[in-house]
Design a protein around this ligand. Structure first.
Ligand SMILES: O=C(O)c1cc(=O)[nH]c(=O)n1[C@@H]1O[C@H](COP(=O)(O)O)[C@@H](O)[C@H]1O
Length: 246
């Protein structure tokens, strides 16, 4: 099943917009990262429309990191899609190797990409029609203002993704929940699905989009505020309720 089919089936079933981020920092947990993630998955799987794993946390675990990632994602029920967050983007020849890693080795349903190098850096991922690539458009961090909000750069990216989508329907955006009203024109730049991190620890909100036609497109990621919560399932249920819509 494709990323979009999995996502839409789950939406139909549980109305969820919530993506739980499996960003495991071994220094913050007492137990083995695989058992810790299995516990998170068991306690959150009824509430989510996707999971996301940020590759950095797994690479930092050293030579076992990829094996740990594979064991973690093997515990995700097959009907739930998972996003490999690595913000890839390189010359075409190298990008095709990153795409092989993401989609064939790790077997992710979706990835995050950096658009700075343009379409030939994206195309190797777009060619996998049943997967999905979320492209950084306006990120959640403070330094997003260094480049992305200058000269309407993020709006140009959103519109460019709209053009690319004429050939490849499996391209979408990443928009940071900390960016408030700045997201509105970007959402109008194309009609893709949108990964929205920045809720919880980073203090962002998508409440202002609640009643907008764009809300259905959103996949809202929460990592630290759920995985390190004292009561994981309670925290997950709270974020599910906060972001739910049917
Ligand atoms: O691409 C991302 O997922 C991403 C983009 C962005 O603009 N901001 C952002 O926080 N992220 C990722 O989303 C997750 C946010 O984690 P928490 O702040 O712990 O919820 C991390 O994996 C970040 O790397």
């Amino acid at each position: 099943m494709s990323f979009v089919e999995k996502l839409m089936n789950l939406r139909e079933k549980n109305g969820s917009h919530l993506c739980v981020g499996l960003d495991i920092d071994p220094e913050r947990i007492q137990q083995n990262p695989v058992s810790f993630c299995k516990k998170i998955i068991a306690e959150t799987k009824e509430y989510v429309c996707a999971y996301k794993a940020n590759l950095g946390f797994y690479l930092a675990m050293g030579e076992e990191g990829i094996e740990i990632l594979k064991e973690v994602v093997a515990a995700i029920p097959p009907e739930i899609p998972w996003i490999l967050d690595a913000k890839f983007g390189d010359i075409a020849n190298s990008s095709s190797q990153y795409a092989r890693f993401a989609y064939e080795v790790a077997q992710a349903d979706a990835v995050t990409l950096n658009p700075y190098m343009g379409f030939d850096s994206i195309k190797a991922f777009a060619k996998y029609e049943d997967r999905y690539a979320f492209i950084l458009t306006l990120t959640s961090n403070q330094s997003a203002a260094d480049f992305q909000t200058h000269d309407d750069l993020s709006l140009k990216v959103a519109k460019k993704i709209g053009e690319w989508r004429k050939g490849y329907k499996n391209l979408g955006m990443v928009l940071g929940a900390t960016q408030g009203e700045k997201l509105m024109p970007l959402l109008e730049g194309n009609d893709s699905f949108v990964l929205v991190p920045g809720i919880g620890s980073q203090g962002g909100s998508v409440d202002f989009l609640r009643d907008s036609e764009h809300y259905e497109r959103l996949i809202i990621n929460v990592s630290r505020s759920i995985i390190y919560a004292e009561n994981i399932s309670k925290s997950c249920e709270e974020f599910y309720n906060l972001t739910y819509s049917k």
